[in-house]
Structures are given as C-alpha cells and as structure tokens.
Design a protein around this ligand. Structure first.
Ligand code: GDP
Ligand code: IMO
Ligand code: MG
Length: 411
C-alpha cells in the first residue's frame, strides 16, 4: 500500500473506464484512510456507489463514498447538480449509523440545484424519445440532463441562492415548463424543500474552489471521486447514449476548480468484465445464459434504478481509449471473483463492422474470493491480469476479489 500511495501523490482521481458501476466507491473507501479530503466533482444522484463494510451495504448517490471515515472533510464541487431532498435523505441515513456528516461537509455555492421538476422533464423527454425513435437513452430519470440544460442555458439556480425567495421565479418557470414539456411544477413543494434544505445546510455552502486550494497549500491530500465513467462522458463517450456531465479526469478538475497541473495521478477503474445500464453500443455484450450468469454472480442490478445491467466482456480498445483520455497511472481491475466459475473468458481485442473480435482465455474455475495477494491467484487469473497490463501498457495495482472493504489485492 505504501508504494502505491507514494505513487499517487497529493492529488489523485478515481475514474471509471467503462460505462459506470465499475466499483469506484469501493476503492475510494479503501483509499480514503490515506487521504485528507474526499471530493466529488460532477454529476448528481444518477450515481450509485456501493460499499460493503463489516457485511453492511451503504449506497451513496451524492455524497462521496469516503464519508464513513470519521473526521475527513467531504466536498461537493461546482460541477455537480444537487437534488437537495436526496442529499438530506443520505445525511439522515448516515445519522442512523451514527455518523453526523454535516459539520465536515462542504458544498459548492456554484453547484446547481436540481429540482423535482427536472426529474419530471427527464421522464417526459425519455417518453418522447421512445415515441419518436422506439427507444430512449435509458437515463436514470434523476433529472440530470434537464438540470445541465438549465445550467448551459444560464437559467439554472445555484446553491448560492438557497436563502432567496425563489417563488416568483419558479412560478414563471412553471409556465414555460408546462408549455414546453407538459410538466406541471409544484411550486409550493419546491419552495418548502428549499426551505428545509436551507435550515440544515446553509452554513455548509461555501466557495469550495478557494477552500480546496487552501487545503492544497496546507499540504492536504485530496482524493477526487469520479462519478459515471469515461464512456458516458458528454464529449468523449458514446454520444448520444451518455450522461450530461464531464466524467473524465479533466472533467473532475474542472468541476472542482483545480488546475490540470494539480493532478498527480489518476486510477482507472474497470471491471474484469463489463456492464452497461441503459441503451447504446456495447460490442462485447453477451446475452443469454452467460450474460445472465454474469449478472447474477456480479449482482448486476442498478444501485439507483434496480434495472438489470447488460453484461459482457472487457474491451481492450475501450480501456486504451479511456486511458488515453484520462492518462491513467494504474488500473484497479474489479470483480475478478465474478469470473471464478467461467470455463473461458473472452476479451474484446478489436472490432470489425461494429462487432467485437475476441481472444479467449481459459477460466480458472477456482475461487479467488477474498484473496489479497497476487501470487495466490490461480495462474490463469494471473495471466488474464497480465494480458490487460501488457495490452494497455498500464500496471494493474489493485484487483477486487469481493465486495468487502478488505477484499482487494494491492500490489
Ligand atoms: P460504482 O458506481 O463504480 O461505485 O460501482 P457500484 O457500486 O454501482 O457497483 C459495483 C458493485 O460491485 C457494488 O455492488 C460493489 O459492492 C460491488 N463490488 C465492487 N468491487 C467488487 C469486487 O471486487 N468483487 C465483487 N464481487 N463485487 C464488487
Ligand atoms: P456511477 O457513478 C452507470 C447512465 C444511465 C444512462 C445514461 C444517461 O454509479 O457509475 P443520466 O441519468 O445520467 O442522464 O443517464 O448514463 N448512467 C450510469 N450508468 N453508472 C452510473 O453512475 C451512471 N450514471 C448515469 O444508465 O444510460
Ligand atoms: Mg454505480
């Protein structure tokens, strides 16, 4: 661990290399112990980061997954779109397990408020796509796209305005929204939700950019928790089947107001296979019995929407593309144990006419669950990991062998 930590430097980012749900939350939780501040930069409650500690499962949607570690400040950056009732709900859930996060929570005054009506617009836009094209994007319906639409149109409402009387502005918006999307805004409900949030959070809303820079000059170590993943990036992902934020390392820096040179390292997180939830291209997808088996063994059901995730194999070209965009220092390959029962493990090594070309590895048919030393892995599993290293040119420093905090090989 010490060697890994030394190579990560003062500021490190954890970024998904596939279509999300790679297991970013788990590695963040493990690394948090060694960092001073955990920061989320972009996205909103479309994220679902699961960690398992002492057999108990915690799912984080807006809060960074490091928040179970007592005493560490956590920060929600300017690039985020924040649904306040969801945030309060998450804080209440933490309280139930004895953690009062509020005194060490910092929320950017520049982050945008995501209202209930954004969720309703999200659903209305999905319905329209289904009618027009027979298929939607398969969004999480958490209002992400519409909240970023308002931000880009410069009519969004940022957290700095939480204390203002926004009733008349929302009433005006209600007319537009009704006319454009047939969605009715319950202005009174929105106003009450703002009031509830203000009474609990107003003191936590600050200029997080300056705060983070002060922490940086004080020598604090900062861990940036990526949400969503590279192939869902609005610019660099599989457009239009993407999310509406910038999910790369550069996006995380932008979302936190950090300069590129502040970033010392970036860990790329990828499953030992691959999943995708929602529509869009997935050339290494496998359906039928094998896909079902991966889904069941990997528990591949959305942590936010409970939707079954589409399953398939690792794509080396995709990993290389993500590495190119993010400049990964190393990989965290997660969920190796999910492949334990497979007789063979195909890996996408190229593409022809939109179809994946596979190289197939022999499986190991042996449990890797809970293994914490690389040399204790079955030989075929070691070869599989080495193949990923050789074909991406990036070392695999972390390997997930189970859901639990301690089920990780660190090399
Ligand atoms: P995230 O969005 O990238 O944080 O990932 P999610 O939490 O949405 O999905 C990853 C799922 O895999 C969660 O249920 C984790 O508990 C689980 N998980 C993470 N790492 C491992 C691993 O190495 N092995 C197994 N079996 N499960 C893992
Ligand atoms: P974490 O952080 C997996 C997907 C949705 C949909 C597309 C657009 O847990 O890895 P959106 O609601 O963002 O407008 O949906 O992006 N998506 C995710 N898929 N993990 C996520 O987050 C995701 N966040 C968004 O399924 O295909
Ligand atoms: Mg997730």
């Amino acid at each position: 661990m010490q060697k890994l930590l030394a190579s990560l430097g003062q500021v490190s980012a954890v970024i998904g290399a596939q279509w999300g749900d790679e297991g970013k939350g788990k590695v963040i939780d493990i690394l948090t112990e060694h960092f001073d501040v955990i920061a989320r930069a972009c996205g909103g409650a479309n994220a679902g980061h699961t960690i398992v500690v002492d057999g108990k499962k915690h799912v984080f949607r807006l809060l960074p997954s490091g928040c179970l570690h007592e005493g560490k400040p956590v920060l929600l950056g300017s690039g985020m779109v924040i649904h306040l009732p969801t945030l309060l709900e998450e804080l209440d859930l933490l309280k139930q397990v004895g953690i009062d996060l509020v005194p060490r929570l910092w929320i950017s005054s520049e982050a945008h408020i995501l209202f209930d009506f954004h969720k309703d617009i999200d659903a209305a836009l999905e319905d329209r796509r289904v009618v027009a094209k027979g298929e939607g994007i398969g969004t999480t319906k958490r209002g992400i796209g519409p909240a970023y639409m308002d931000k880009a149109a410069r009519r969004g409402i940022r957290l700095e305005r939480l204390g203002e009387d926004l009733r008349s502005e929302l009433q005006e918006r209600a007319k537009d929204v009704q006319a454009q999307y047939g969605v009715k805004i319950d202005v009174e409900k929105e106003v009450q939700q703002l009031k509830g949030a203000e009474s609990r959070l107003s003191k936590r809303i600050v200029d997080t950019t300056n705060l983070l820079h002060t922490m940086l000059s004080d020598g604090k170590r900062i861990l940036m928790e990526g949400a969503q993943a590279t192939l869902l990036d609005l610019d660099h992902g599989t457009y239009p089947y993407v999310t509406s934020s910038f999910t790369t390392a550069a996006g995380a820096l932008q979302g936190l107001g950090l300069p590129p040179r502040a970033l010392n390292s970036c860990i790329g997180v990828a499953k030992a296979y691959c999943t995708r939830v929602g529509a869009g291209t997935f050339p290494t997808e496998v359906t039928g019995e094998t896909g079902d088996r991966l889904r069941e063994r990997g528990g591949e059901y959305g942590s936010v929407t409970k939707r079954p995730r589409r399953c398939g194999w690792v794509s080396i070209p995709d990993l290389n593309y993500s590495a190119l965009v993010n400049g990964f220092l190393c990989w965290n390959i997660t969920k190796l144990d999910v492949l334990d029962e497979e007789g063979s493990v195909p890996v996408g090594i190229g593409e022809k006419d939109g179809k994946a070309i596979f190289k197939t590895f022999p499986g190991w048919k042996q449990s890797t669950r809970g293994i914490t030393e690389f040399k204790k892995l079955p030989e075929n599993a070691q070869d599989y990991i080495k193949f990923i290293e050789d074909n991406t040119g990036i070392p695999v420093r972390l390997i997930g062998t189970g859901q639990g905090r301690e089920e990780m090989i660190i090399r």
